[in-house]
Design a protein around this ligand. Structure first.
Ligand code: KIV
Length: 295
C-alpha cells in the first residue's frame, strides 16, 4: 500500500540528497505523539537522542542514560514513524567495553526499537573499529564529531570545538575517518562554519549540523529546545520556533483556577442520565439495588 506521507526515507535516499538536495531535515523525538507530528510534517530523520536524559528525564547531562531507557523511547517513536528514518543514539557506556557488546547493544535499536540506524559519538581509532564492526553486522551508523556531550566530564563544560587550527584539522580528519569506516552520515555539533564547510566538502556522505552553520547537508535540533519546551541554558545555535513552556504553563494555570473556582467541569463536560433513567433513579432513591443487602 502506498504511504500517504510519501516515500519512506531510506539510507540510499539520504546519500542521494548530498548531491541533489533538498537538505535533510532532522529533529529529535522521544515519544509517540511528538514523533507523529514530526513524521506528518515531513521531517526526514528522527533522532532518538540521548538528550532524552536532559530534556525528558531530568538528568544533569547525558551520561546516566541507559540502554533500556533508550530502547523504551525508541520503540514509541518508531511506532509513529511511517515515513521518517529513525536513528537511535548509543548512550554512554553502551559501546565502551568490546565490539561484541557494542554490536549487541546497537542491534537492540533495530530489533527491539524499530530504528533503522544508530548514532555513536567520537572517532578514536577504537571507535572507528566499532563503526566498521557494526556496519559489517548490517547496522547503519551515523557518526558524531565536534562537541560530543558524553565527554562532559573531560570537557568540563559544553563549548564550541575546532576553534583552533589543530582541533579544527582533527575534526575534519575524524569525520573523513568515520566515512571511511562506513558511516552513512556524520553529525557536526558546535563547530565553526569554516570547519563544517571543510568537512561537508570533503565527505561523500551527508553532514548533519547542529551549531555548525548553514553549509551542512542537513540540520538537526533538539525538539524541546526549538519548541521552547526546555528551560534554562540554551546554546546560541538554537532558534526557538514556539514557546511551549509559556503555552503549557498558561493552560495549567487556567485549569487550576477553573477547578478551584468551580468552573470545571461544567455541564458540557459532564455525563447525564437519559430522563427516564433519571426518573427511575429518583423513584428508587433510598431503596437498595436488587440483589444487594442493606448494611
Ligand atoms: O542527543 C542528541 O539529541 C544529539 C543531537 C544533539 C545531535 O546527539
Amino acid at each position: 500500500m502506498e504511504n500517504p506521507r510519501g516515500d519512506k526515507i531510506t539510507i540510499p535516499l539520504l546519500l542521494a540528497r548530498k548531491a541533489s538536495g533538498p537538505k535533510i531535515v532532522c529533529l529529535t523525538a522521544y515519544d509517540y505523539p511528538t514523533a507523529k507530528i514530526l513524521d506528518e510534517a515531513g521531517v526526514d530523520l528522527i533522532l532518538v537522542g540521548d538528550s532524552l536524559g536532559m530534556v525528558v528525564l531530568g538528568y544533569a547531562n547525558t551520561v546516566p542514560v541507559t540502554m533500556d531507557e533508550m530502547i523504551h523511547h525508541t520503540r514509541a517513536v518508531s511506532r509513529a514513524a511511517q515515513r521518517a528514518l529513525v536513528v537511535g543514539d548509543m548512550p554512554y557506556f553502551s559501546f565502551h567495553l568490546s565490539a561484541d557488546e557494542t554490536i549487541r547493544n546497537a542491534s537492540r535499536f533495530l530489533k527491539e526499537g524499530g530504528a533503522a540506524a544508530v548514532k555513536i559519538e567520537g572517532a578514536s581509532q577504537k571507535r572507528l573499529k566499532l563503526v566498521e564492526a557494526m556496519v559489517e553486522a548490517e547496522i547503519p551508523v551515523m557518526g558524531h564529531v565536534g562537541l560530543t556531550p558524553q565527554s562532559i566530564h573531560h570537557l568540563g563544560r559544553y563549548r564550541v570545538k575546532g576553534t583552533g587550527a589543530e582541533e579544527g584539522r582533527r575534526i575534519v580528519a575524524d569525520a573523513a575517518n568515520l566515512e571511511k569506516a562506513g558511516a552513512f552520515a556524520v553529525v557536526l555539533e558546535s563547530v565553526p562554519v569554516e570547519i563544517a564547510e571543510a568537512v561537508t566538502r570533503t565527505l561523500k556522505v551527508p553532514t548533519i549540523g547542529i551549531g555548525a552553520g548553514p553549509v551542512c547537508d542537513g540540520q538537526v535540533l533538539v525538539f524541546h529546545d526549538m519548541m521552547g519546551y526546555s528551560t534554562g541554558y540554551m546554546p546560541k545555535f538554537v532558534r526557538k520556533y514556539a514557546d511551549l513552556h509559556e503555552v503549557m504553563s498558561g493552560a495549567v494555570e487556567a485549569y487550576s483556577r477553573d477547578v478551584r473556582e468551580g468552573r470545571f467541569p461544567d455541564d458540557a463536560t459532564s455525563y447525564h442520565l437519559k430522563p427516564d433513567v433519571a426518573a427511575e433513579v429518583a423513584r428508587s432513591k433510598g431503596r437498595s439495588p436488587k440483589g444487594s443487602t442493606k448494611r
